[in-house]
Design a protein around this ligand. Sequence first.
Ligand code: FES
Ligand code: FE
Length: 427
Amino acid sequence: MDSILTNPSMVVEDRQRHLFRVSRRAFTDQAVLEAENRNIFDRCWLYLGHSSEIANNCDFITRNVGGRELIFNRDRGGAVHAFLNTCPHRGAMVVREKKGNALAFRCFYHGWSFNVNGRFASRFEEGNYGSEHYGGGCADLAQVPRLESHRDFWFVNFDRNAVSLSDYLAGAKEYIDIVADHAEAGMEIVGSGQQYIINANWKLLAENSIDAFHGFPVHSTYFDYLKTIGSLRMDAGVGSFSASGMHDLGNGHAVIEYASPWGRPVARWVPSWGEDKREVVAQLRAGLIERFGEERGTRIAEFSRNMLIFPNLVINDIMAITIRTFMPSAPDKMTVSAWALGARDEDHELRKLRLFNFLEFLGPGGFATPDDQEALENCQRGYRNMREVGWNDISKGMPRNGPPMNDDEEQMRCFWRQWNERMGGIA
Ligand code: FES
Ligand code: FE
């Protein structure tokens, strides 16, 4: 094991003195990134995609997950597969389109073709290939070692011996369920998603995604704007329920849940949407309460949630729903992929509001994402001073008696403890 992994000082927790420190080398060191690839991205369950993206038989999409090129598809019988997108012949990526519907895949280089269940399907004349190619499996597309799903969210794992997805997700399943329960007809990815690059270490975005502490300092423009256009409802509207707080979901996953002031197309109306939407939203809310009872129905309608599923999946159920993953290509560079999720049978006008909300706050040109990007890249630049100032402080809330607050940093400590454990090779 390389010395960087055995160095106990990358993450330091001193509960007595209420101090939690992370070495800035964790954000800057190439050897750390290589160890993360081996210990985290090669071994954790990673988000692949949503069932709705391959809704019909023979639908496919291609995606880069955990540094690999993958095909995520449905075969002719509707079974879901994840293949490594590399030709068993000489390596070319077999599927080069982003998405489509096909009865077979054909490699453009020498023409080997495959059924959508991955089987080699070329018919070369006798003398070209033997039985190992026809039926022996050596010419089939390789499956990703593990593929499992929870409520239409599909994950892959490159470690054949990993625990089940269900065990891995632990307490996060409850919060995926809350999102999946927004609509009786199910949820769907809207459009094709967005991709952008941030010049910062990937763990800065993991932290930022569940960090309520930065909300007002960084996003004050957004809140001022909402106030101006009448899109803020300061009454909590949540009756006597209180789901607020931060929850450690196990295995490095964490969520913050809170009564939020913005409109939520699932069932929280704000004045700027107009009186005509008020009744539509009231009916949605009544439907949730009928399906789930007063407490859970109100929780789904009114509360917002920011969840991080270790290592790199964010599901933010706020003024819209975003699913985000991010993958490092260097210690100071990551590619972010983001999608909007909405109700499958959503009212046309509410869908418009949802997408507007999404772009307005969560989109790469919205009020939040560029500000967050600036904050993250700013931290990364600050790490140039790491020889003199070598540690991040993630101690907020440690002396608190009672449950952690949303804007404490316990949720980040959950992430870092898991990171530290996996980097030490213990998990
Ligand atoms: Fe695919 Fe040759 S590399 S057919
Ligand atoms: Fe932010």
